[in-house]
Ligand binder design. Structure first.
Ligand code: CA
Length: 219
């Protein structure tokens, strides 16, 4: 999963970045509203954590512009604990949820998981398909009830495919889920992790669609 972190405070940003990366999200961090706008116009994110008080362009403006482009990327606004007005303005401008600062790390992560889950149209916390189960909250994977140990990056390629069986994701789309701007990506990285998933969960779990990408078959 790839997240955009919009935060102008260096200390808060650094802390949140570490927390999100330790949960294996690919994270891009921008520190002002204009950069946020640019990132949202050029990249596809699974979620945006958006501070509202930003230099160059206000967070609310960034959000309104995003929704005016009919972009439905899930957005969580970050506000101060006592700023009820900001939360209301954020929700009314198209935010899907909010979180208050200073962050409680566990709450932040739980809200991020819940919002990603809802945006994928799921009510259940775990993905279940064809005997394979992934629980993003506990990071436990299993095959027919037997625990399976996946590496962080094996997990990262399987999760978006398993979230939408029958939908093809290209190698470039999977790379975006795996890596942020700063990462060096070797040309066969996605293949390597898919190979790892197949070794652990069986060859049929991820199908190669020649010339297009990969999918988890519906049936
Ligand atoms: Ca700020």
């Amino acid at each position: 999963m790839r997240l955009l972190l919009v935060e102008d405070d260096a200390m808060i940003g650094e802390t949140v970045l570490q927390v999100l990366r330790s949960e294996h999200y690919a994270v891009d961090w921008v520190r002002d509203g204009r950069m946020a706008d640019e990132a949202l116009r050029t990249e596809q994110y699974d979620l945006v954590l958006l501070d509202l008080g930003l230099p160059k362009r206000d967070g609310l403006e960034v959000l309104r512009a995003l929704r005016a482009r009919r972009n439905t990327t899930p957005v969580m606004v970050a506000t101060a604990r006592d700023a009820v007005g900001d939360r209301i303005a954020g929700l009314d401008a198209g935010a899907d949820d909010y979180v208050v600062k200073p962050y409680d790390t566990d709450e932040l992560l739980a809200r991020i998981r819940a919002l990603i889950r809802r945006s994928a149209g799921r009510a259940e916390p775990a993905f279940e398909h064809k005997g394979v189960s992934l629980n993003p909250a506990t990071r436990e994977a299993s095959l027919n009830g037997q625990p399976v140990s996946l590496s962080a990056r094996e997990w990262a390629v399987l999760e978006p495919l398993l979230a939408r069986p029958g939908v093809v994701l290209s190698r470039a789309q999977l790379e975006e889920k795996l890596f942020s701007w700063k990462d060096e990506v070797s040309s066969n990285a996605v293949e390597v992790y898919i190979h790892g998933v197949r070794k652990k969960l069986g060859n049929d779990i991820i199908q190669t669609v020649r010339g297009l990408g990969y999918l988890v078959p519906k049936q």
